[in-house]
Each structure stands twice: as structure tokens, then as C-alpha cells.
Design a protein around this ligand. Sequence first.
Ligand SMILES: [Zn+2]
Length: 346
Amino acid sequence: MLPTKPTREFVTGLPKAELHLHIEGTLEPELKLKLAKKNNIDIGQSTIEDVKKSLEFNDLVSFLNVYYPAMEVLQDESDFYELAMAYLKKAHQNGIKHTEIFFDPQAHTARGISFETVIMGLSSAVQDARAFGVDASLIMCFLRDLTSESARQTLEEALPFADLINGVGLDSDEHHNPPMKFAQEFHTAASYGFNLTMHADVDQVHSIDHIREALEVIGVQRLDHGTNILEDPDLVDFVVQKNIGLTSCPLSNSLVTKNNGISDNKGKELIELLNKGVKMTVNSDDPAYFGGYVVDNFMELIDNNGLTSEQVVQLAKNSFEISWISDNQKELYLEQIEAYINDFIE
Ligand SMILES: [Zn+2]
């Protein structure tokens, strides 16, 4: 039976998939300090408080200026393993059954860490997480503020490990970096059989034009963020008809919109799109930086936007329906959701 107002307990136990999660954004202060010490790297911070103090940002660019330098502590395969395993255990505690994890190879290869080190560390953790019931896959993202030539080289480096990678995405600073800049690389990635997604961050200059390019020219199967799609009703119809899902991240929205003077989790837009039949989902983006994992993101919408139990269940179902798993697997997870609802007693 569904609770009248969704509780944390209900949301936590509900089977869910997470589809918008950057593994580098799960680096918690404790692990950052531990790896800095192990690898003899002076990060200019020696206590948890120091690290937390550095997490001050109010828009996408100021966030990215804190985010990328922190990755310096990730040096060898075991570091990437430990980073991914820490997240996968958190995912398990959050009731996540399936997760599709973004990683940014260029953020590591640019500082001399090999593609192989990154992918082998991450994929070993993905393998081991099956033991505690979390099924995971990896999505390689290109950094959109680097050149298309750099993306092309990264795609080439990835090919020997293609069976460990489920899809290709695009992230980092969107300003002056439209989807079209990478049209050729995404076309090539699709020809190799990779699934495609792209970030369309909230309230960017030309947001709606970028969304149109991603959908109509690149042919993405999902949009990451993308709530500005509401500016064009024809595009909303398009994603409903094509079953293209959007991956929203309420807590990260609140932080990156802070500099406008109004912190906006975009929950209103999420619910409006959900009501229009768009396959919306709730995700945590960079949880170590934005203050919460997936259950916290659901609670944000429940507490501040009045998200109902029915909507919570719909969002959980959507997360499996737009995931990149087989139809059989989807069916099994949807059955788990039905069983959970039937058994849930307030
Ligand atoms: Zn993201």
C-alpha cells in the first residue's frame, strides 16, 4: 500500500535505477584525504573541515573549478576501484538496483593517467558490486570544453575496452560548446554501437537550441538535465513519442542556480514534464559536492515540491524503462517495484 506522504523509508526501499551520476563527483572528503596521503599529494587541505570549506560554489563554472583539481588524488587502478566501490555501496544503501555511471577519461589522461588504469579500476568495482545486488555499467563522457579532436582520440583509446562501456555522454562547461561541436564523434560512437546521451544543463545560454541539436541532429537516447525543453512544446511532444527520458538532479540544480539569487531545484518543471508523460527520473549527479545521494534528491522534491507517492513510484519505474538494459531485465525490475508496493505497510 502506498503511504499518503512518501517517507524516507518508503523511498529508500523502493527499487530504483540511477542514470546520472559522475563517479568523480562521489569523491567524499574522507576518501580524498586518504588518497592524498597515500599518493603523497599536497592538496592544500589536511582536515575534513578544510575540504568542506573548499566546496563553495554558486554556478556551474565555479563548481567545475573546484571539481577537476580534486581528481589529482586519483592515481592508480586501486584508487579508481576504491572510488567506485564506495559509491556502489552507497547506491546499495539507497535502494539502487541498477546504475549507469559516468566517467570523464580526459580529466585523467590529461594529467598522465592512462585510459586503461581508469577503466580497469572502475570496471573491477562494477564486477564486484554484483555480489551485493547492484548491477552497474559505465558511460564515457567527453569534456565539451576540450576540442572535438581530443574527443576523437578518447573514443579511439576506448575501443579496446568497448565491451566495458555502455554508452557515450557529454559534460562539463556548456557555454560556447554546443552538441554540434561533437556531431562527428557521436556519429562514430553510434556506429560502434554505443548508446548516446548528452548534458543539457539547466538555464544555459542557448539551452533550447542545444536540446534541439542533441535530439534532432545527434539523435541522443536520453537528455541529462534538459528541463529547459519546456520552452518548446514540439520538442516535449517529440521526447514523449520517442520515449526519450530526462535525468534530473534536484540538489545539483539548487546549487548551480544559486548565483541567480534564487536557488531553484527545477522540481516544478520536473513535475510538469512528468504530468505531460515525459520519462523523468531523479538522480544525484555529483553527490559528494551537492549534498546528497539519490534518496536525498527524492526527499528534496517530496519536502519542497509536494511530490506524491504515486509520482515517486512513476519516477522509479521510468528509471528502469529508460535505462540501457534488456527488456527482460526491465520487466524483472518493474515486477520488483510492484511487489514492493504491494508489501509496503505504513
Ligand atoms: Zn551531470
